[in-house]
Design a protein around this ligand. Structure first.
Ligand code: ADP
Ligand code: MG
Length: 256
């Protein structure tokens, strides 16, 4: 038998107070269905709990994707993995199981411009959110450095580092692309030191380690930064022809 109107109002209020919006929306319809199909009370409850959980999970993933600042069009579906060297292909398979985040390992992608570093790492970041609900933050390196500098100036550096520390992975795109001055280098180093063995750093660079002194200025700081990053890490070497160049060549060939 269905509920009286007073009971319906009361139930709706409880479901509101308990923050169960999906159950509130679907309980009546599901109750009709349960009566028709003669389902046990527990089956009805199970169905409601399942729906509430599913919607909650989907909302959480959508929020994590939004907040990650990842360029979402750079995903695994739009990435041609057949272009990858066999070794990198295997490494990517392992990374996609997500356990490197629990080990606080870093992922460092090197290769010439256009080889697909940014696209690949963004795609991995997106999978970590969608498959496992992990918290990922994407930022171009120069933007990150500027944000950290402003935070330092406003005496908020510790607070900003703490907020970043709440992420399972920080994707830092194009480290070393823009020449940095000493102050900029120092805040970047502070971040890397802060994350060491506490959370994963995922980064891309066009510069091999041998040229990182141009980023961190003096040999000691450079060695210290590389040491921390490499200690627990997976290094992806994408020594590939530029995808853009190849695509534009193909375009021209097919036109001629
Ligand atoms: P990098 O960061 O190494 O300079 P990008 O990831 O920016 O290279 O790639 C350059 C362009 O080529 C981007 O538009 C990217 O989407 C595309 N691209 C690169 N590699 C692939 C690939 N394997 N499959 C599909 N698109 C790719
Ligand atoms: Mg890039």
């Amino acid at each position: 038998m269905a509920l009286s109107s007073a009971m319906r109002t009361e139930l709706t209020q409880h479901l509101k107070d308990l923050h169960l919006p999906t159950i509130r929306e679907c309980y009546a319809e599901q109750a009709d269905k349960a009566r028709k199909e003669d389902l046990a009370h527990e089956r009805y409850l199970l169905e409601l709990a399942r729906r509430e959980s599913e919607v909650r999970r989907a909302n959480r993933i959508a929020r994590l994707l939004r907040e990650s600042r990842l360029p979402l069009e750079k995903n695994l579906e739009t990435f041609d993995r057949k272009r990858l060297p066999a070794r990198v292909h295997q490494q990517v398979e392992v990374l996609l199981d997500g356990s490197f985040l629990d080990r606080h390992e870093n992922v460092l992608a090197f290769g010439n411009p256009g080889s697909g570093k940014t696209h690949l790492l963004c795609a991995i970041g997106q999978e970590l959110i969608v498959r496992y609900g992990r918290k990922v933050h994407f930022t171009p390196c120069n933007l990150l450095v500027q944000e950290l500098l402003i935070a330092k100036r406003d005496l908020r550096l510790a607070r900003v580092l703490k907020r970043l520390a709440a992420h399972d992975a920080i994707v830092i795109d194009d480290i070393g692309y823009v020449q940095q001055n000493r102050e900029e280098m120092e805040v970047l180093f502070a971040l890397l030191a802060d994350r060491y063995e506490r959370g994963s750093v995922i980064l891309t660079s066009n510069l091999p380690f041998s040229k990182w002194e141009s980023i961190f200025k003096d040999p000691m700081t450079t060695a210290a930064a590389i040491d921390r990053l490499v200690h627990h890490s997976v290094i992806l070497e994408l020594n590939l022809a530029s995808y853009r160049l190849e695509a534009s060549k193909k375009g021209k060939e097919s036109k001629s």
